[in-house]
Design a binder for this molecule. Structure first.
Ligand code: AMP
Length: 364
């Protein structure tokens, strides 16, 4: 992969159909943004009650390995995009042979694997936590020597919201951490004593233009995003550096679409990259109500070959996730002056499940 764009993606007409792999709330909000610009959407997802199904013209309810359904889907859409990073490589390759898939599925091979992702970021000269590959308990012992304690053992694949992670503290037994993550290929990461967590949502168009939203500060509860606040409490220099890091990553991937870069801010204002999400991101939900263009619209513009907008923020913004049973309180939010309520239409409430969010915009 290099800085040159791959085969020029198509420039869509407003009546074109955008295919979305994945039917969660991100797919739903992508489809709503696409509809505003005149596009039709076709969502492909295996779950019968996928939240995105409720808001689109066509749906394919099938498994990601169902090549018959994938072939029909490809015939019916002008471009395919995805709302989650764990799209199976074979699914992406099957579709890419038939229809443009954006962002380029080659990027998934890097971002699906924490080791490949960390190596990619480090090769760009961007700081990450010290890390080491771990494929066995013996390698874990060597990795602890190198990385030190405290550290976090993370599975290389399929981790999210803190799942597939185990802490290795001073005095704790590494073998039990290895068992806790299921004895899978992992990386060991030094624990970063960060002051705050921030993210940059960057859009890159097919013409190579990049537009970033203002740096967002994120607060997690039980490893799940609870609040995003913009602007982040960050010096101008650190904020500019965070944006520069996201731009560098987007260009290196020759990315087309929206990506999120999650960063830790250290006590001295230094930044380290935690992870990259090759998709729209929960920490960018504030952009729907808090900016002149949303992350979802920027993504649709990019994959349609349309120019990106320059995002202008409407004020100081706070986004609150409604997680699990918190959604039952939606009536309180409905009557709160200035609050914009988003409910994802999920039929069953489960602990830790993202059910909706609320955005509040305040004068700056
Ligand atoms: P991740 O799934 O890698 O984004 O990790 C989930 C959360 O765990 C992050 O948002 C941090 O709050 C915390 N975390 C992950 N990696 C580290 C690290 N190396 N040092 C300190 N905290 C971490």
């Amino acid at each position: 992969m290099n800085q040159a764009s791959p085969a020029a993606p198509p420039v869509l007409k407003p009546e074109a159909t955008i295919g979305i792999l994945g039917g969660g709330q991100l797919g739903r909000m992508l489809a709503l943004a696409a509809a505003r610009l005149g596009f039709k959407c076709h969502v492909f997802a295996p779950h019968p009650d996928a939240p995105a199904f409720d808001v689109v013209r066509r749906v394919s309810r099938a498994d990601y390995t169902d090549t018959g359904a994938l072939a029909r889907f490809a015939e019916n859409v002008d471009v395919v995009t995805y709302e989650f990073e764990n799209v199976p490589a074979e699914t992406a390759a099957f579709l890419a042979a038939r229809v443009p898939v954006l962002p380029d599925p080659k990027i998934l091979a890097i971002t699906q694997d924490r080791l490949a992702e960390k190596n990619f970021v480090a090769a760009l000269g961007i700081r990450t936590a010290p890390f080491a590959e771990v494929s066995s308990p013996a390698e874990l012992a060597v990795a602890i020597e190198r990385v030190g304690r405290p550290a976090i053992l993370k599975t290389r694949r399929f981790g999210y919201d803190g799942k597939g992670q185990a802490a290795i503290k001073n005095g704790s037994d590494p073998v039990s951490a290895w068992r806790e993550v299921g004895g899978q290929p992992c990386i060991l990461e030094a624990f970063v004593p960060f002051e705050r967590e921030v993210s940059v949502i960057a859009a890159r168009g097919s013409d190579g233009a990049v537009a970033c939203f203002d740096v967002t500060e994120n607060e997690h509860r039980d490893h799940i995003l609870k609040f995003s606040r913009v602007p982040a409490a960050l010096g101008a220099q650190a904020a500019a550096e965070a944006v520069r890091i996201a731009e560098t990553i987007a260009h290196k991937f020759a990315y087309v679409g929206v990506l999120a870069v999650e960063l830790f801010v250290l006590g001295d204002g230094g930044l380290t990259v935690n992870e990259i999400a090759p998709r729209v991101h929960n920490s960018g939900h504030w952009t729907i109500d808090g900016a002149s263009v949303s992350q979802f619209e920027q993504h649709i513009r990019a994959i349609a070959g349309w120019p990106l907008a320059k995002p202008l923020r409407h004020g100081r913004v706070e986004m609150t996730n409604l997680i699990g049973q918190e959604v039952e309180d939606y009536r309180r939010w409905l009557v709160l002056p200035g609050a914009a309520v988003h409910l994802y239409g999920k039929t069953s409430v489960r602990p830790g499940r993202k059910m909706g969010h609320v955005t509040q915009v305040f004068p700056e």
